[in-house]
Design a protein. Structure first.
Length: 264
């Protein structure tokens, strides 16, 4: 199949007095590992002790040193997840996209971009990355304020970013920030060919080819951290194989259910 890639910062997650590796590249790679798909992971991190869990998944990993490792404190109160930004990560620049990123990607044509905050990927960097490639962007990169302190979300993003996307994946709360409603006409006005809106155990919406369809999911009582990135990467793997959008989302939902079942 056409080459698949994941691009984004690794993160340090602080939970219940301990730490674990986080960030979109790790969680997306977990999904692709379970799927048995081949992919390249391009990431940056300052604390290389976070790398081994990613390397153990067996994907082709290219890691550059960064100044900072994005760090998040995560606390759960029942189903409610509260997050605190402890440190920001380094932004990805247009020069990087023209340089080491382009060299590592080669002719791979499908890229899952996994930002943690709005500052990770600006329009200029995405414009370079999208040259000859199809880009899926996680909606965290639109709504998450790049500021240390309690995690804040708002709609103050650069709309130029949307011009460079083939797929936009939004969690429900992100969609309600970005959009006036979740109707077909509102999704179409974003100008992105494919838009995914995920509702956790309540399934997802798939907007593609001007139509809007619902995909069901089965509830799994488990920590859902990273489920969105696993869903996105699996969806993109299906699309790279030529699978239609709704079927790709169905496959992604089933895979996420299996990953969550392992955490129970």
């Amino acid at each position: 199949m056409p080459g698949l890639a994941i691009v984004g910062n690794l993160a340090r997650d602080l939970i219940a007095g301990g730490q674990r590796v986080g960030g979109g590249p790790f969680h997306a790679a977990r999904g692709l590992h379970r799927l048995g798909a081949e992919a390249i992971v391009l990431t940056k991190v300052s604390d290389r002790s976070l790398l081994p869990p990613l390397l153990e998944l067996g994907l082709d990993v290219h890691c550059e040193d960064s100044r900072l490792t994005p760090t998040f404190s995560i606390a759960y109160r029942g189903d409610d997840r509260q997050m605190q930004v402890e440190a920001l990560g380094d932004p990805w620049t247009a020069d990087e996209m023209r340089g080491w990123v382009a060299g590592a990607l080669g002719d791979r044509g499908w890229v899952h971009v996994a930002p943690l905050l709005r500052s990770d990927f600006g329009a200029a960097a995405l414009a370079e990355l999208a040259r000859g490639r199809r880009i899926l962007l996680d909606g965290q990169g639109l709504v998450r304020e790049p500021r240390v302190g309690p995690l804040e979300e708002n709609g103050d993003y650069d709309p130029e970013i949307l011009r460079h996307l083939t797929v936009l994946k939004l969690a429900e709360e992100e969609a309600r920030i970005v959009l006036p409603d979740l109707e077909r006409h509102s999704l179409a006005r974003l100008g992105v060919p494919e838009v995914l809106v995920t509702f956790g155990s309540k399934g997802s919406l798939v907007f593609a080819d001007g139509t809007l369809e619902r995909v069901e999911a089965r509830p799994v009582d488990a920590d859902a951290t990273g489920a969105g990135d696993a869903f996105s990467a699996t969806y993109l793997a299906g699309r790279a194989e030529g699978v239609a959008p709704v079927e790709a989302a169905n496959r992604a939902a089933r895979l996420v259910e299996s990953l969550l079942a392992d955490r129970r």
